[in-house]
Design a protein around this ligand. Structure first.
Ligand code: AHG
Ligand code: MN
Ligand code: MN
Length: 333
């Protein structure tokens, strides 16, 4: 018989819309199925990246000045194609594109903006370590007279997100998302090609025992971070901590979401503004963290309150359970 727990992400989002947004026309769930289609396309390539010509770099570099991996390009095209055909996305913006893209057919009435990091953790692809896709969804006012610059639609503060989530291509492929009513996780069942509910209403533990930071930069962190990390290491919170750093934000955050603790990418000498990008890394992760009972700041400011100035702007990102985040805040004061 069919197990009663078999709830797909499409069914889940429709139930959520019915319960919380009865006025919703199912448009959002249609948009989400564009994201899950792209996720399955990327997943199938990540699983066999070593076969065929998908490893390594394209030899080009992107607007970030970073080397573009072949899988970055594939993932970007998959998302642009799947979202561009949805009929209700008016503007898309990607880490891999210098500026936002109008969906020509729907630029007048497309009610959603989707911003994404198509392949997060690219440096890990060739060594078979978890990578991810991160997305952030904003509302867009119709623009029948084609007057508005798409950048105006995109540059909204994180509090304006109506949904956010990520796909982590790990030992299993999971989709984790929120529409503002908690955080829910779905695992791809490769036999039926559907994302099935596996982690309903994820809550981030308020106190953990892991911290996640690139220790190689530790000597160039602003001094309060160094004192904070010293406090964790010396058991100031009354327990010992272990260090875990994967180098893919999605994987490091996914672990922090489930196990608690704290992830930090503070300002460093090479990235004095922090390395992570506000619009398609920090904002969606911060929305998820807060929805699961955690916090996300720049070290001093709530990420979701930042008024963005440019599409690819960077920010420090510290995200974790309330106990660690409050201890850090006390060092930053
Ligand atoms: P991307 O692959 O999309 O450029 O993101 C990489 C980011 C993020 O995934 C990760 O947390 C961070 O880079 C790791 O940076 P370091 O290698 O400097 O620690
Ligand atoms: Mn990234
Ligand atoms: Mn990326």
């Amino acid at each position: 018989m069919i197990p009663t727990t078999l709830l797909t992400v499409q069914q889940h989002i429709l139930e959520e819309q019915r319960r919380y947004h009865p006025e919703a026309t199912g448009e959002f769930s249609w948009l989400l199925s564009g994201l899950t289609l792209a996720a399955k396309m990327v997943e199938s390539r990540v699983r066999r990246a070593g076969l065929g010509d998908l490893l390594g770099s394209t030899g080009e570099s992107n607007v970030q000045g970073e080397t573009v991996q072949k899988l970055d390009v594939y993932a970007n095209h998959a998302l642009l194609w799947c979202l561009g055909k949805r009929g209700n996305v008016g503007v898309m913006a990607s880490e891999e594109n210098d500026s936002p893209i109008f969906v020509e057919r729907d630029r007048h009435h497309g009610r959603y903006v989707v911003i994404f990091d198509p392949l997060d953790g690219s440096s890990n692809i060739d060594v078979n370590v978890s990578v991810g896709t991160i997305f952030s969804i904003l509302r867009r006012e119709p623009d029948p007279e084609r007057k508005r610059d798409p950048l105006q639609d995109v540059l909204q503060p994180g509090v304006q997100q109506i949904a956010a989530g990520y796909v982590v291509y790990g030992s299993s492929c999971m989709l984790v998302y929120t529409t503002g009513n908690g955080v829910h996780g779905f695992t791809l069942d490769p036999d039926i090609g559907a994302f099935i509910i596996s982690h309903e209403n994820i809550r981030m533990p308020s106190a953990g025992s892991l911290y996640s930071v690139n220790e190689a930069n530790a000597n160039t962190f602003p001094e309060p971070y160094q004192r904070f990390l010293g406090a964790l290491r010396s058991g100031q919170l009354g327990r010992s901590y272990s260090s875990r750093y994967i180098g893919s934000l999605v994987a490091d955050f996914h672990r922090t979401l489930l196990k608690g603790g704290i992830f930090l990418y503070p300002p460093t000498r090479s990235y004095p503004q922090g390395k992570l990008r506000l619009m398609y890394e920090a904002n969606p992760i911060a929305f998820l963290a807060e929805q699961a009972g955690g916090k996300a700041t720049t070290g001093t400011r709530r990420i979701l309150d930042i008024e963005p100035e440019s599409l690819h702007q960077r920010t420090p990102l510290i995200v974790g359970g309330t106990e660690e985040m409050e201890l850090l805040a006390s060092y930053m004061r």
